[in-house]
Ligand binder design. Structure first.
Ligand code: GTP
Ligand code: MG
Length: 412
């Protein structure tokens, strides 16, 4: 064997070695990527996780402690011995290296297709004014804008235009009226007097609360510094584990107790930890489902009460997370949660996967609370601050359908 032969063999061995290392890294990377799904899958398999409809008042479980004459679990619990709780302050985890943004552009495609085709059909063609506005109203209702908001919008456009039935003019007037309706519900975000901004996320199970906590944590960390997250869904199996994985990714510190422990105590600890380490934001993840709706609402009230005791004014923001696919059901969910805790905003998750995005307008009109953020995908980057004008532009975007829209972000 010549020296050249030996060199070639050596070279082949090195290349093969490098190849093996590369495959190893690839496998590790794909496992990490898939991991946050794992707790969800486990949760789905767990018997206590019921479908989202569980929260509907009419389906409230009968076989509950209350039904058996026992007081609700939340009332049997003593308030947490707040003085005894010493938050374990761990070093803030480092966030994962930022990945390239994924799928943020899909946005409103499905909603826009649904919405525009209906509006177009209603306002084009030689029709009488009565027919046009009746059709417009029906088209808006069918696009999930809600009955009341649709009637208001059609009436406002008609009042604005009189007998001008040109489709372009009607379309522009409708845009302006929808924008005005959305802008009317806008409110300035809360500014905490002292200490961290405390945001509590509430909503029925499966709407996207935990995912939104992670997305918000990334954003708030960039805007306001360190983020502490409270794992206050202590009810669902695997919820804490799921949040832990997300917090690792987001570079947020998680405060957790055992599964089944008092969520108010977890939230209290998180606020205390946030104060102690000068965090900019504390985000509280809550359960979407307990044994009964009553228990859940009492639990949320208690969390808010205990947190406010530690930091006056907290929670400064309580956002209802809604699944955009729910359509008009969103309004009844808002009523149920709003009766328990004052809602200061809405996060509309899964806007990317629905044609029912028109519900944004119904929310603004009926709830009178602003949509703060919209979820546009399952990735940690897929959260967008809601902007009424940008949203409406994207909703009506027609030039080069499915190319980059005027807003460049909501539009596909
Ligand atoms: N397409 C899409 N999926 C989302 C979005 N936000 C959340 N999801 C998915 O919705 C599912 C439920 O999300 P979670 O964050 O676990 O919902 P949750 O409200 O915390 O659920 P519970 O803890 O059971 O109450 C997951 O599969 C998420 O990936 C979004 O904006 N777009
Ligand atoms: Mg959750």
């Amino acid at each position: 064997m010549t020296a050249i032969d030996t060199l070639i063999i050596l070279l082949i061995a090195i290349v093969a070695g490098l190849g093996l290392v590369f495959i190893g890294v690839l496998i590790q990377w794909s496992l990490r990527k898939a991991w946050p799904k794992a707790p969800e899958a486990a949760a789905e398999a767990a018997p206590e996780v019921a479908p989202q409809a569980q929260i509907a008042p009419e389906i409230e479980a009968a076989a509950t402690p209350e039904a058996a004459g026992a007081p609700p679990a939340i009332e049997r619990e003593a308030e947490p011995a707040v003085e005894e709780i010493a938050p374990a302050i761990e070093p803030m985890p480092a966030a994962e290296a930022p990945r390239a943004p994924v799928r943020i552009g899909i946005g409103l495609r499905k909603t826009r297709e649904n919405f525009l085709s209906r509006i177009r059909a209603a306002i084009t063609g030689a029709k009488k004014a009565d027919e046009i506005y009746e059709g417009l109203e029906e088209a808006l209702i069918a696009a999930d804008v809600g009955v009341e908001a649709s009637m208001k919008l059609a009436a406002a456009v008609r009042k604005r235009l009189g007998n001008d039935n040109r489709p372009d003019v009607i379309r522009d007037a409708l845009k302006a009226e929808i924008t005005a309706m959305l802008a009317d519900a806008e409110r300035a975000p809360a500014v905490p007097g002292e200490g961290p901004l405390v945001i509590m996320l509430v909503g029925v199970n499966g709407v996207g609360k935990t995912t939104t906590v992670a997305k918000l944590a990334v954003r708030m960390r960039e805007e306001r510094g360190a983020v502490v997250v409270a794992a206050a869904d202590t009810f669902r199996a695997a919820a804490i584990e799921q949040l832990e994985v997300w917090c690792d990714r987001a570079g947020a510190q998680i405060i957790k107790h055992q599964q089944g422990s008092d969520p108010a105590a977890v939230a209290f600890d998180a606020v205390k930890a946030g104060l102690a380490r000068g965090a900019g934001t504390v985000i509280i993840d809550t359960a979407g489902r307990l044994q009964t709706k009553v228990n859940l609402m009492e639990e949320l009230k208690k969390i808010a009460r205990i947190v406010g005791r530690e930091l006056p004014g907290a929670p400064h923001e309580t956002w209802l997370v809604l699944d955009a696919n729910t359509g008009q059901n969103a309004l009844s969910q808002a009523k149920i949660f709003g009766d328990a805790v004052p809602l200061t905003g809405v996060v509309l998750a899964k806007l990317d996967s629905t044609a029912k995005g028109g519900v944004v307008v119904a929310i603004a009109d009926r709830l009178r609370v602003p949509v703060r953020f919209v979820g546009l995908g399952e990735g940690i980057e897929d959260l967008r601050e809601f902007d009424a004008r940008e949203f409406v532009e994207a909703l009506f975007e027609t030039t080069g359908e499915e190319s980059v829209g005027a807003s460049g972000s909501y539009a596909a």
